[in-house]
Design a protein around this ligand. Structure first.
Ligand code: SIN
Length: 198
């Protein structure tokens, strides 16, 4: 398993900083186990959310990895997420939580709740955790049914993989957001459960 904690700790000198924005697009939307000063919905352009990352430590095991989200470069996509203003010290907890292949990147997000005509005023630098195709836990694309099947059959120390999928889909819905990829995998999972294929 690739442990990215040491790499991430050296990547951005923010440990002493009072104020850093974190952009969450997966479990960071619905599982907020860290202190934050402020929380705001935001969008990240040029990236798409995909269940293409393996999880050996949270939602699966080494023998039976689950599938969790990462971001894939896609110029035509805009990814909705939740941004949190946190203290730099919070990143040691976040680096531990996101340690299986996720590297921190600095990106520019735009606020959902503030439509300024001036893009500069409406945008904010934030840190995002992204797991690229070169990390050891990366699984890559599969059909929606195959991804749903793997999610339904995986479980790890953080709980069943299906909980990650269903909670994320519910959270997006309750925020009034649509995500074709997530909702298609959710639908495939319910179909499999209905047909007792899992
Ligand atoms: C995120 O939520 O922003 C990163 C991926 C995850 O922890 O699910």
């Amino acid at each position: 398993m690739l442990d990215t904690q040491t790499v991430n700790a050296k990547r951005h000198a923010i440990a002493e900083t009072d104020d850093v924005w974190l952009f969450g697009y997966g479990s960071l939307i619905y599982k907020v186990d860290f202190p934050y000063l402020e929380k705001r919905p935001a969008r990240l352009s040029g990236w798409a959310r995909r269940f293409w990352q393996g999880s050996h430590d949270h939602r699966g095991t080494i023998e039976n990895p689950g599938r969790v989200l990462t971001l894939i470069r896609d110029r035509s996509s805009v990814c909705f997420g939740m941004a949190y203003r946190v203290k730099g010290a919070t990143f040691s907890h976040l680096d531990h939580r996101e340690k299986n292949g996720y590297l921190r990147h600095e990106v520019k997000i735009t606020w959902v709740d503030q439509q300024q005509s001036n893009w500069q005023q409406n945008s904010q630098v934030a840190i995002v955790y992204q797991a690229d195709e070169h990390n050891a836990a990366y699984l890559g694309p599969q059909s929606e049914r195959a991804i749903a099947q793997q999610i339904l059959s995986s479980e790890g120390p953080s709980g069943p993989n299906r909980e990650y999928l269903f909670r994320l889909a519910d959270a997006l819905r309750s925020l009034g957001e649509e995500d074709d990829h997530v909702f298609a995998i959710e639908a495939a999972a319910y179909e499999l459960l209905k047909n007792n294929d899992q």
